[in-house]
Design a protein around this ligand. Sequence first.
Ligand code: PM9
Length: 462
Amino acid sequence: MENQTKHKPWAEPYKIKMVEPLKMTTREYREEKIKEAGYNTFLLRSEDVYIDLLTDSGTNAMSDYQWAGIMLGDEAYAGSKNYYYLEDNVRKYYGYKYLVPTHQGRGAENLLSQCLIKKDQYVPGNMYFTTTRLHQELAGGNFVDVIIDEAHNPVSDHPFKGNVDIQKFQDLINKVGAEKIAYITVGAPVNMAGGQPVSMENMKQVSELAKKYGIKVVLDATRNMENAYFIQKREAGYKNKTVAEIHKEFCSYSDAATMSGKKDLLVNIGGFVAVNDWDLFEELRNMVVVYEGLHTYGGLAGRDMEAMARGIEEAIRDENISFRVEQVGYFGKLLKEAGIPIVEPVGGHAVFLDAKRFYEHIPQIEFPAQKLAADLYVESGVRAMERGMVSAGRNKNTGDHYYPKLELVRLTVPRRVYTQAHFDVAAYAVNELYEKRHTAKGLKMIYEPKYLRFFQARFEAL
Ligand code: PM9
C-alpha cells in the first residue's frame, strides 16, 4: 500500500529516561511577572516559564553516558585524570596542540584577549558577539566588523551568510597596517546574524590572507559542529565527509580557538581555549591561574571536564548533529509557513524573529525586539531573548547607542530538551501574537548597566 503521509517522518535520536515537570501559568500571572522583571526575560524566574527558549547555553540535557562520567570526577586540585581525557579529546576532534580549560566561553575570551591584544589594536571579526567584543574592548582593542553585507539582511538567502568579506579584511590591513591588528576572530556559525554558517572555502581564504600578513586566526568554535553540518549539506565536495572530518579540517585553518562548551558539547558548564603555539600556551597557562584556577581545572570540577570530554564524542556524531540542526529547521519551517517574518535561512541553534517587520510600527529606539520577547512570554509562557539594539549596546568611544540593522528576537533551541510537540506549541503562540501585532506598544529603558546591558536592563511599558 502506498504511504499516504507527505514526507518521511523523523524523530529524536534518543528516548527519555527522566523528566522535569513544566509549570503552566495564567496570562494575568505572567503580566505581573514580566512587569516585575522590568520587561526583561533574563530577569524572570525560570519556574515562571513554560517553554524556555531563552538560550541553548548550558541548557542541554546530558546523556546517561555523561551522567555516568560525572561519578568518575577526579576532584584532585592538580593533575585530574579528567583533564587529561579532555585534552586527548580536544586534540583528537579539534586538532589543537594545547588546552587550557576555563569555566565557560567568556573565561577563555578574557584570557586570550589579555594575552594577544595591545592597547589600541584592531580586532576584525565576522560580526560582533556580546561577550567576545567586550573582552576585546576591556583589553584595549577595537572591534571591526568584516562580515559580508548579506549577513545584515534578514531576507538574503545566501547559504553562508556568516562569511568574512575578504575585501573588508584586506581594506582594514591596508588602512591600519598588519602590526595594528591583534588577530582576526571567525565565529562559525555567527550567532548574532541568526546562526549563519561560514563556508570552508571562506575559512581557507581568511587563513591565507592572515598568514600572508602574519596575523593570527582565532576561531570561536562554540557551535562549530553545527557549522560543519551546514558545510556537509551545502558546500560542494563535502557531502561524503563526516561532520567530525569537516569540523577538524575547519579548525586546522585557525591558530587558536575559544570555546563555550555549554553549547555544542552538551554540558551545563565548561569551556576552554586551545592553541597551537607553545609561547602563547605558556602565557595562557600562566594567566589562567589568576582568573580561573589551576591550568588542569580552569574553574571547573573534575566531573565537569569528564562530562565535556564525553560530550565532544557524542555531539560530533552525524546522527546527533543532524538531528540538532534539523529540529531547529523544523521549528523555523512552522513559522515560515505561517507567514511570520523570520531570518532566513534558518540557522543552526535558533529561529530568529525579525522584530522590525513583526512590529513595523514600533521605532527602534522603543526597543521592538525587547517588547516582542516580553509579549511572547505574556501570550504563552514561552521565553525568548532580545538580539537587537539592547544587545548591541553603545559605542565605547562616543557613548551612543548602536542601531543594528538586525532587530531580532531569538527563539533558541536547547539540545535534547524539547520534543517536536513543544515547537508546535511555541509556533502557535508566535502566530497568535502576530495576528494582533498592530496593537503592541514599545518600551522605555529605565535602568542601564554599564556592561552587557541586555542581561540586566529594565524597561517600562509606553
Ligand atoms: N552565548 C548565548 O545565549 C550565552 C551568553 S549571551 C546570552 O548565545 C559565542 C558565539 C556565544 C557565547 C555565548 C560565548 C560566550 C562566546 N561565543 O556564555 O561565556 O554564543 O559560555 O560563552 C550565549 P559563555
